[in-house]
Design a binder for this molecule. Sequence first.
Ligand code: C2O
Ligand code: CU
Ligand code: CU
Length: 532
Amino acid sequence: MTRRTFVRHASLTALACRGISAVPTLNPNTLAKFVDPLPIPTIAKPLGMRAAPQDSSLRVPYFRVAMRQVEQKVHRDLPATRLWCYGTSSPGPTFETRTGQGLLIEWANELPEKHFLPIDHSLHGAERSKPESRGVAHVHGAKAPPDSDGYPEDWYAPGKSRTYFYPNHQEACTLWYHDHAMGINRLNIYAGMFGLFLVRDDMEDALHLPHGQFEIPLVIYDRLLKQDGQLEYPVSGDPEKPWVPEVFGDVMVVNGKAFPFADVEARKYRFRVLNASNGRFLHLSLSNGQRFQQIGTDQGLLPAPVPLDRSLLAPGERADVIVDFSGASGQHIVLMNDSFQVMQFRVGPAKSSDHSVVPSVLRPIMRIPESIAVKTRPLALIENMSMKGESKSMLLNGTPWHMPVTENPTLDSVEIWSFINTTDDSHPIHLHLVRFQILDRRRFEPFLYQTKGELRYTGPITPPAPEEAGWKDTVRADPRMVTRIIVRFEGFVGRYVWHCHVLEHEDNEMMRPYDVIPAAAPNPAQSSSSLG
Ligand code: C2O
Ligand code: CU
Ligand code: CU
């Protein structure tokens, strides 16, 4: 008889039990902390140069990355864990790219035919008729053409590959890539299918931020492990519908190791922090109470560094931060998530003098004026409950995935999207293709809205926190709040998606296609008459 462990919906609505594990999971307190050095993902290397798709006179680097099953030591005292990844380990290789310099990546599906995590075949797109080991890669935050964006239905089976083109016409930023296969995306990412994609530019280089060995990626996520070190993904208890609305692990993993440590020098470091969790919101701080400076958001540098003692990151969000260890030589500082340990920094003496700087002005950001928005879209976030009060699915604007496109902004136009969150959860909403700015958040009365369609505000207008007031691609739509963003739909015409980045929500209908449509051809008769 197996003991059933309840996994608590830890970060948001307290006490709601959201899933069960069929076997006892590993108690993280039994794992020795800070015994594995923090791994640094390798840098992806091109295999050569190839003609760019739109312009064959242009030669761009060509990479090939395979999706594979691997066995990886996640902790010194655990047997190797079966993972799925890009390349040879999870996280996959980091892409080092530059603004304006395009690249080709061939993403090859070399996964085994069988999935090792519990597929819910009742979810749209994950029917039994579909191959189990579907994959399609998406670079989160990339301004990529639609046929290179990793549309969820563009998945392919083992033995197949796709070559995607990333033009990189965007400013320096911290992007990441991950699987996006319809209906099993949460499982593939949980299995390890993600990595970083950094875009750099001359303007950022000129700032002389810490770089080289002093610039360190921290890809942070939570997992449940079985006693034997294998991944545990909780299920509902209904074998026909194993989907659970959220997954929270108690083992914190950074760059592929559980509770690692890093030897650092007493000087400034730049950390590219990514929350790659399925559902956990991170509240990061340093155990010695030390402050740090956030210099960038999802889509690049902030106008000025923002001093923080705590960083809140929803799934999918990134923070570019500077930590100055110069006063901390000899200290062991723990990176905390709330009151839980994540990893340790062992501060040794500086081996050379620190010439890096954190300028007080980073990159100007023009606020997009609300007055130029051609449209405001009210978009309700809704949780569908069963009679028993269990979550059945989450919907964007009450509309499931397969319904016709309802959001169809015109290329280069500016729109305001207003997320009306009627639920008790915070939903990190992500739009593909674009970057946006947060306008504000405001509390409202959800019951009145859901019963009468009346939007009554009950709180003041709150501007974004300073560390959110840059370019974003993912925004927290907090519970019982209206969150407004302003977006210019630049780059490409075509089909993209927007979705919640809590992966369990995304896989159960909290995702919608959207179209960027071409601007109507100017009507010559009309323009001449307006001139006359
Ligand atoms: Cu992180 Cu649809 O993406
Ligand atoms: Cu994305
Ligand atoms: Cu959500």
